[in-house]
Design a protein. Structure first.
Length: 276
């Protein structure tokens, strides 16, 4: 009980602080992953709030991430964007990673859009492809919902029937078609990193039915689903992890491929937001 009260107190303090800085009411939350930074250019900015100013908010350790919430209109829809996200490999707990998702819910979001960079394991994929996430495997050593459950927030045992909203999946495919952009679809497996996978691990994960692997998204999506948000998620396939065709993979390659795919993903997400 005490733990729930403390959590709610922290969420209230974070939310109150943000609302003291802006009256903006977002209905859509967007977590900008690797290679989605420029989505920001399409936003008519109303306010920004630095993570470091928000009580109890985790602070980004990755130097390339700015670490702030952006509020504004995207294709006419009120959005809040997390510019800079938190990864388990940085040392945050899964509960800390979920915290901003909880705060965005209190700010009013009904929908969460998530993007990430991922390694492709489906042999039909190529580096540079965009994959619509239709399901996930949680291979993190835990779950952000472990601990006392606040029934007001969500169920103790959430059903995982339609985590990635089926209507959004249909819509995203139509938007991609209208944009004449190819769009892959598949299962994302999330794990800790920071190592990439060994050949044996890629083989195992592929055997489990995963099409792409990465180090984020699953904790945020679990928290968002728990609080009944509708979810739409994409991976940029930045490199291929094929167990029988391994080659060195540098961070520069990953970043470069993500940056090259960015305009495609930006248009896709903006097109989806317009229809939400
Ligand atoms: N594995 C895990 N995470 C990743 C990869 C990968 O191959 N590529 C980009 N993020």
């Amino acid at each position: 009980m005490e733990a729930i009260e403390k959590m709610n107190e922290q969420l209230d303090e974070a939310t109150d602080y943000i609302q003291s800085q802006t009256q903006f009411k977002p209905s859509i939350g967007i977590i900008l992953g690797t290679g989605l930074g420029s989505l920001v250019d399409g936003i008519e900015m109303q306010a920004t709030v630095g993570y470091d100013k928000i009580p109890h908010f985790p602070v980004s350790t990755v130097e390339s991430h700015a670490g702030r919430l952006l509020f504004g209109g995207l294709r006419g829809k009120p959005v809040v964007c997390m510019q800079g996200r938190f990864h388990f490999y940085e040392g945050y707990t899964l509960q800390q990673i979920a915290f901003p998702v909880r705060v965005m819910n209190r700010l009013g979001i009904k929908t969460l859009i998530v993007s990430n960079a991922a390694g492709g394991m489906n042999p039909n994929f190529n580096a540079g492809d965009i994959m619509l996430i239709k399901d996930h495997i949680n291979f993190f050593p835990g779950n952000p919902l472990i601990g006392p459950n606040d029934e007001k927030m969500g169920d103790r045992f959430p059903d995982m029937y339609e985590v990635y909203n089926h209507d959004y999946i249909k819509m995203a495919k139509q938007v991609a078609l209208d944009l004449k952009q190819p769009l892959q679809e598949g299962v994302y497996v999330g794990l800790t990193g920071p190592c990439l996978e060994t050949a044996a691990e890629y083989r195992m994960l592929r055997g489990w039915g995963a099409d792409a692997v990465g180090m984020s998204t699953v904790p945020e999506v679990i928290a968002a689903h728990h609080q009944h948000n509708r979810i739409l998620a994409f991976s940029i396939i930045t490199d291929m992890g094929l167990a029988d065709n391994m080659h060195p993979c540098s961070l520069d390659d990953v970043i470069g491929t993500a940056a090259a795919a960015e305009p495609k993903l930006r248009e896709l997400i903006a097109g989806c937001v317009e229809k939400m």
